[in-house]
Design a protein around this ligand. Structure first.
Ligand code: FES
Length: 162
């Protein structure tokens, strides 16, 4: 009987059950009364990092710069990826202040915004190459270089020259 019921009504979490719930509501005649509520959406990366919800909009950045973050958004020792002007950059809060670099690792395109930060050294999450964010030098492979972008704080805004 269970197989026949499933064949006719569909699975409890299948598309037919979802359509029935949408039509008849959550407690519709065909839905399961014990179906658990869906899990809450995952916390956005911004919340996990303690990022301020938005970069200030009332700041005019210097020529060639873009506003990327609120100045208090990134906790010390954290790094994050930001898409700005169609480009992915990584912004890190080092012990010497905020630094910005390309988000793309020169080794094999690893996402440096997901790397780990120790002092001013950013470690790629893919294969562990280390980069000094003060000058972009690679501590693992001296022939590699990471593009570094100039950072200025204007009012409450972190501005990056792209
Ligand atoms: S992709 Fe970054 S170390 Fe390999």
């Amino acid at each position: 009987m269970g197989f026949l019921s499933t064949l006719l009504k569909g699975r409890e979490d299948g598309i037919r059950a979802r359509v029935r719930r949408r039509i008849f509501g959550g407690g519709g005649p065909q839905s399961s009364p014990t179906r658990p509520a869906p899990p809450p959406p995952p916390a956005p990366a911004e919340a996990a990092l303690g990022l301020h919800p938005e970069a200030p909009k009332d700041v005019t950045p210097p020529d060639g710069y873009e506003v990327v973050l609120h100045k208090d958004a990134l906790k010390p020792g954290h790094v994050t990826e930001i898409i700005i002007g169609g480009r992915a950059i990584a912004v890190a809060h080092t012990h010497e202040g905020l630094r910005a670099c390309s988000n793309t690792c020169p080794h094999a395109d690893g996402p440096l915004g997901e790397g780990t930060l120790t002092g001013a050294v950013l470690t790629c999450p893919y294969h562990g190459w280390e980069f000094d964010l003060r000058d972009g030098s690679c501590l693992t492979n001296p022939s590699a270089k990471l593009p570094i972008f100039d950072v200025k704080i204007v009012g409450d805004a972190v501005c990056v020259k792209l």
